[in-house]
Design a protein around this ligand. Structure first.
Ligand code: GLU
Length: 339
């Protein structure tokens, strides 16, 4: 049987670090180094390796991920692996999922433990990612699965994967849905298929979103919050460049009463999405609580309801909508489909 052609695009991150003379880990390894460290890859696939950048994922930009999506569209491969840092993997994988309309597996992977530690996880994650990209079920289901994240022998949907721990090796989870597949011995064991109707509808509407960057501010509501920062943003010239905002709200979609006036002003000034700050993401309420700081009146006041999307994913989607030039009703409809 001919082996699938798998193209590895390396961006940087812990998986690509090496120690400098002080022992501090610095970006340095390229795609060839990553591949050379895992000889077993060649038994699974014809590997092409390409170094795209050597930056930490904490410093990646939306524009860089758009350029990466364009590169992926131009590849003639049976599967694509992106290696990067873990810090923004939950955002970059979702952005790729919103941008890419391809029928081959696209998988993002990374490492939590750097190569100078005992039992670094980069090599194992890369091998697992190539195994997933080469797997017949995954290849057959690539369109249904969308962009995937593979970490620590589990496979997650890009819309659902979250980084849930800052340092542990088991830092990733899909808290609402669980993994789509597990790796065991040399097998990929399917567990479930993702429900991606809202992502696919968004992708079709956004259609590649080739416009200019549209910065989106993120506000995290918290105890005794008066949203003075929103007021400062609104007072800044050209609103400091922001074109939209996401508010990580409390509970099922609640904010402090003291913040309501500023939130209304913000929502009048730019498309403003409410998303749940409660750790796991998940659908919010729509019509349970009354009063100015709860969902019924906030929705009536024009706040866009983020559905089940975690605030970080909501910010990615809003930036993409704004970049695509969608107007407020179109953005509202698109978020509405997320529950
Ligand atoms: N902060 C770096 C990054 O996201 C390293 C973290 C990591 O890869 O786990 O690229």
């Amino acid at each position: 049987m001919t082996k699938p052609r798998v193209h590895i695009l390396a961006l940087g991150g812990t998986i690509a670090t090496r120690p400098d003379s002080t022992g501090a880990m610095q970006m340095g390894l390229g795609a060839d180094d990553l591949v050379a460290a895992v000889p077993l890859l060649e038994t699974l696939a014809e590997i092409e390796a390409e170094t795209v950048s050597r930056v930490g994922s904490h410093s990646l930009s939306f524009d860089q991920i758009h350029a990466l999506a364009a590169r992926i569209r131009g590849l003639e491969a049976d599967g694509v692996i992106v290696t990067q840092g873990t810090d923004t993997l939950e955002e970059t994988s979702f952005l790729l999922d919103l941008l890419l309309d391809v029928d081959v597996p696209v998988i993002v992977t990374a490492a939590m433990r750097n190569p100078s530690l005992t039992s670094p996880d980069g090599a194992g994650n890369l091998l697992a990612a190539v195994r997933v990209a080469s797997d017949p079920w995954v290849r057959r289901s690539a369109r249904t699965l969308g962009v995937l994240a593979v970490m620590l022998d589990e496979v997650y949907a890009a819309a659902d994967v979250l980084k849930v721990h800052p340092t542990r090796v088991n830092a990733f989870a899909a808290t609402q849905t669980g993994p789509l597949a597990a790796l065991v011995e040399d097998r990929v064991v399917p567990l479930s298929l993702p429900v991606r109707d809202a992502v696919v509808a968004a992708r079709r509407t956004i259609a590649g979103a080739s416009g200019k960057a549209a910065p989106v501010a993120l506000f995290w509501m918290s105890l005794d919050d008066d949203a003075a920062l929103m007021s400062m943003l609104l007072a800044a010239s050209d609103r400091a460049g922001y074109r939209g905002a996401v508010i990580a709200a409390m509970g099922g979609g609640h904010v402090s009463e003291r913040s309501v006036e500023n939130i209304h002003r913000l929502a009048r000034a730019m498309p403003t999405v409410i998303a749940p700050r409660a750790g796991a993401g998940g659908p919010m309420l729509r019509h349970t609580y009354g009063g100015p700081s709860a969902e019924i009146e906030l929705r009536r006041a024009g706040l866009i309801w983020g559905g089940r999307l975690h605030p970080l994913k909501a910010r990615v989607l809003l930036e993409t909508c704004l970049r695509a030039g969608l107007d407020r009703p179109a953005i509202t409809d698109l978020f509405d489909a997320f529950g």
